[in-house]
Design a protein around this ligand. Structure first.
Ligand SMILES: [Zn+2]
Length: 97
């Protein structure tokens, strides 16, 4: 009876140690993969360039920043569409005009 309990405890301990070792090994692989990704910064830059929104650039009439046509901060006034870098610039321009 005592032997059975001892074997059970040993089994649990072995399982816990195995899990801890496996966990650290998986973590180590993850770090290695991250390091490998960092080793190719040029590839990352290319992907970022491709992800940029396309479309015409319009000048923010408030702060002068050029913003893409796809921006969410737009306002139509007297037949013209204005493009803003932020909601703050849009409200400022709306109050000024
Ligand atoms: Zn602005």
């Amino acid at each position: 009876m005592f032997r059975a309990i001892l074997e059970l405890v040993i089994t649990i301990l072995v399982a816990l140690v195995a899990r801890a070792v496996l966990g650290s090994v998986v973590k180590g692989f993850g770090n290695a993969a991250a390091a490998a990704r960092q080793a190719h910064p040029q590839q990352q830059q290319q992907q970022q360039t491709e992800a940029k929104p396309t479309g015409e650039l319009h000048k923010d009439p408030v702060c002068g920043t050029y913003v893409a046509e796809s921006t969410a901060f737009q306002r139509r006034a007297s037949g013209k569409t204005f493009y803003y870098c932020s909601d703050a610039c849009r409200s400022k321009h709306a109050i000024a005009s």
